[in-house]
Design a protein. Structure first.
Length: 197
């Protein structure tokens, strides 16, 4: 007779983390210990490869590399390979460029859709549904930005006191990491969108 096992499906990135996504660090170890105490035998995770289009692990350009998102930032800090300030700067540089890119995508899609409506290429009903979907996408990106700021503010009270000024400083264009990530996100999402007519 075959033995049956109980388990759980949980992406590692869904584990709690002060840096936005779960990692292969302490939270993963704690979760494994919890599973053992609960007599669970299987932990099914989603692919651990670098993400591709849409940040999907199913659209990775490499099947054998590990995702840099899964690197435990806290372990790097503990080992002296990274300071807390450097980690916050990296985190800041990864969320805001994506939020800005989504806002740009929404503008492009909204402009195209307005032209289709004017040309009679779609119905008013479907047009309203599409515009509402774009509004929700824009709101989701704003919420991501707000969550990121609040997470950073846990370690820096000054951010919480004036987060609008903090965001203005990020968007000023003086942060090299921010600019590099913004360019990466634009080539990942805006460039393909502009190629589609």
């Amino acid at each position: 007779m075959k033995k049956r096992y109980a388990g759980v499906l949980l992406p590692i990135t869904a584990l709690p983390s002060p840096y936005g996504v779960g990692t292969m660090g302490a939270q993963a170890k704690d979760f494994v210990e919890f599973l053992a105490r609960a007599h669970q035998k299987v932990w099914q995770v989603l692919p651990l490869v670098p993400t591709g289009y849409g940040d999907s692990p199913y659209a990775s350009s490499c099947a054998i590399a590990g995702s840099p998102y899964l690197i435990d930032i806290e372990a790097l800090i503990a080992q002296g390979l990274l300071t807390k300030e450097e980690a916050e700067r990296i985190f800041k540089a990864s969320i805001e460029p994506l939020e800005e890119t989504i806002d740009d995508m929404v503008m492009i899609l909204r402009d195209r859709h307005t032209k289709r409506l004017k040309n009679g290429a779609c119905s008013i009903g479907s047009g309203l549904v599409f515009m509402e979907a774009l509004t929700y996408l824009e709101r989701a990106s704003d919420h991501c930005s707000s969550i990121a700021v609040m997470m950073l503010a846990r370690n820096n009270e000054a951010i919480l006191q004036n987060h609008h000024e903090y965001l203005r400083e990020i968007h000023s264009g003086n942060d090299v990491a921010y600019l590099a990530e913004r360019e990466r996100r634009r080539s990942q999402y805006i460039k393909p969108l502009k190629e589609i007519q």
